[in-house]
Design a protein around this ligand. Sequence first.
Ligand SMILES: *Cc1c(COP(=O)(O)O)cnc(C)c1O
Length: 376
Amino acid sequence: MAAPRVYQQLGLRRVINGAATLTRLGGSLMPPEVLDAMRDAAGSFVQLDELQRAVGRRIAELTGNEAAYVSCGAAAGLVLSTAACVAGADPARIARLPDTTGMKNEVIVHRSQRNGYDHAIRQVGVRLVEIGMGRSAFAWELEAAINERTAAVFYFAGAMAEYALPLPEVVRIAHARGVPVIVDAAAQIPPVSNLWHFTRELGCDLAIFSGGKGLCGPQSAGLVLGRADLIAACAVNGAPNHSIGRPMKVGKEEMVGMLAAVEWSLQRDEPALLADYERQVAWLIERLQGLPGVSVTRSWPSEAGQPMPRAHVHLGPAAAVTRDELLARLRAGDPIIEVSPARDGVYVNPQTLRAGEMEQIGEAMAAILAPVAARA
Ligand SMILES: *Cc1c(COP(=O)(O)O)cnc(C)c1O
């Protein structure tokens, strides 16, 4: 498969993405249904706030949530949901952000869940209050951290939940004191059932998803799902209103594309998709077997903690190249091949591969890892 013409004209190589739904590689690829909806939306002007509300109502219906908002990515969803908990829909408070004087301006997070995305929360002018140590957290720590300035508790689902209090316990303690719980579930699809699991089943007030990861929507879109009053406040804090969210504009094409992506994701045959990931991982294990110093195992769950497999290629001292040489040589080709570094080798993730690409990666790796004596 050749690179898209626009990339060729710019002198860029295309990337075979065996790493993950990484933003720096383009997130995910949109199916034709999403692209068609975006092209359709691009054909005329529309009342943007009415479109946002109509799309939100439809997404809420489809996912069994009270309400939904299309943000320009999950990180923007973190900003707007923080603003919603701090300033609500009060125009005077919204105008003052990120000055939070006199407002509830503390957000509780687990120390073990601190990560680069919490800048999105901090930019609203709140102070992060950490609970837990690196590898532990106790209910009394959450109870003691809640006070009259607490705006919300943020929780990062998936792999980052390993050393945190279980989410149902966080919800129970926070709700007993009237504090909302917001879950960042940006990369937690599959399974698509997470679109209602965190909110409807676990009782979280808001759940945030990336549009450009597992949902295969526009890369610059995201979803905030949950409580109607908080979603309404997200909208007032967002574009096109002059507010902290104004620089995070969502276009009409992205709003409609996000709806199409939710519809498409809900119709996807998830068991068949997961079975195909298993097949690809099994194929790579078989293909690289017997190469000196190389062994391949099935690794589970994914790097984000999703219930799906990836291949872990272990490189021992007898391998023909080191991990960094392997990564560099895979990146040096055309197309560029991207996989993720592991401590002792690399991971190959089927989630972002198109038909035939696992085989391309396998053949490229087999050539690089062939015994030195066997090379011409
Ligand atoms: C990817 C990611 C985000 C950011 O999502 P965008 O849609 O790129 O804004 C936020 N939080 C987590 C945990 C993520 O994995």
